[in-house]
Write a protein that binds this ligand. Structure first.
Ligand code: ZN
Length: 76
């Protein structure tokens, strides 16, 4: 149990993201929650971040999906 904690943006490395991982926009702090999906892009609830369409962008600031950070609420 000595995995390094991932803190940077995922940069397209989907292997770092679990199906239930929340992802946070580092520009506007919008959090994508797979349990909720995304009304703006009509993403159904239960869609993992890794399964979002490639054209998906932050619904708040239009930032690129690749600049999202893994959001670790397990730490708190
Ligand atoms: Zn954003």
């Amino acid at each position: 149990m000595n995995e390094p904690r991932f803190e940077g943006s995922y940069l397209g490395d989907a292997s770092r993201i679990n199906d239930d991982s929340k992802m946070e926009c580092k520009i506007c702090w919008y959090v994508y929650d797979p349990a909720k999906g995304d009304d703006v892009w009509q993403i159904p609830a239960g869609t993992p971040f890794t399964q979002l369409p490639t054209h998906w962008r932050c619904p708040v600031c239009d930032g690129d999906a690749e600049q999202f950070l893994v959001y670790c609420d397990d730490d708190y």
